[in-house]
Design a protein around this ligand. Structure first.
Ligand code: ZN
Length: 322
């Protein structure tokens, strides 16, 4: 009897609910940076836009090699970073390459044109651009650490509670990068064993200071284990009401929630005037005003604890579909 009680007590001690400590795996990865720069430059060249990197310092031979690398990225330039399977596989494969000097062995996900382009461009990127970019990336990562130490677990717990999920135990890879698509940051399903893979532009003005903290968690909310659940809940509620939810409703929920929870969390110790990203940068004014109005009316009371999750979702779907 005594033994049984001891065992039960031991189990009770070993299995408390897991502390919501967000496990971000920050990276400053040469290949992820080069990959995004080549894709961006190839896109800009096609669109006849100004180049992002200055080619003045390149020798003639380097210029030829760089140009042929951009040719090799023509296909990737047309692909969508977020929705194209092949491109996501390349991004994920490069994120776990530890050898900064050469792609050896070449990851299986990387096609011939991409591998030739990366190999050709690598010495040029390393010689002329990487050391400055590496410093920017390092600085961005370092600037986030005190905020995460003070507010990371509070924020992840609040997000998990709000969406009624468990914060994923697997790490979220966060690559600091020279560029990261049209919005300066994006998140895809990550390599095996990770919860997601986020890429954020280290020098983008919209991802600095407290804003970087909010947007880190906004991006994390895109992880399948978090955002996937709110998408499913919205769709289920819409089906129950025999309506189709607005396509972007789930994304505005993520914007609104990360912004409001960051405002609260950061307000605990310092920034009492924090203004959420979506309000600061007019995200809702690009056609999302009706969704914002519904979030303020129906979702805010839930975040304030004055309304239940189901009731808030019912109201949110009803008010955005009539
Ligand atoms: Zn988003």
């Amino acid at each position: 009897m005594r033994t049984t009680i001891a065992v039960v007590a031991a189990i009770a001690i070993v299995v408390p609910s897991r502390a919501a400590d967000p496990t971000f795996r920050f990276q400053n990865n040469f290949w992820v940076n080069l990959h995004h720069v080549l894709r961006g430059e190839a896109r800009r060249r096609t669109a006849q836009m100004a180049t992002g990197v200055k080619a003045d310092a390149l020798t003639e031979a380097e210029r030829v090699a760089w140009t042929s690398a951009l040719d090799g990225y023509a296909d990737n330039a047309r692909r969508d970073l977020l929705f194209d399977d092949a491109l996501r596989r390349i991004t994920n494969a490069l994120a776990v390459v530890a050898n900064e000097v050469a792609l050896d062995p070449m990851p299986a996900a990387i096609d011939d044109a991409t591998s030739r382009a990366l190999t050709r461009a690598a010495p040029i990127y390393r010689a002329h651009y990487w050391s400055a970019q590496r410093q920017l990336n390092d600085r961005w990562i370092a600037a986030l650490q005190p905020l995460l130490a003070a507010h990371g677990s509070g924020m992840s717990a609040a997000i998990a509670r709000t969406y009624r999920v468990e914060w994923p135990a697997a790490p979220i890879i966060v690559d600091a990068a020279a560029e990261a698509g049209p919005f300066g940051g994006y998140t895809i399903d990550g390599p095996d064993g990770t919860a997601a893979h986020t890429i954020i532009e280290a020098s983008n003005p919209e991802y600095q200071g407290d804003m970087a903290f909010e947007m880190l968690f906004h991006e994390a909310s895109h992880a399948r284990a978090i955002g996937g659940r709110i998408i499913a809940a919205i769709n289920a509620e819409a089906a129950r009401q025999h309506v189709t939810a607005p396509r972007d409703l789930w994304h505005t929920v993520i914007f609104y929630t990360a912004g409001e929870l960051a405002r609260r969390e950061l307000g605990k110790t310092g920034d009492a005037q924090y203004q959420a990203y979506a309000y600061r940068y007019g995200v809702y004014t690009r056609g999302w005003q009706p969704l914002r109005d519904a979030l303020e009316r129906d979702w805010q009371p839930y975040l304030d604890g004055r309304l239940g999750f189901d009731e808030a979702l019912t109201a949110l779907v009803r008010d955005t579909t009539r």
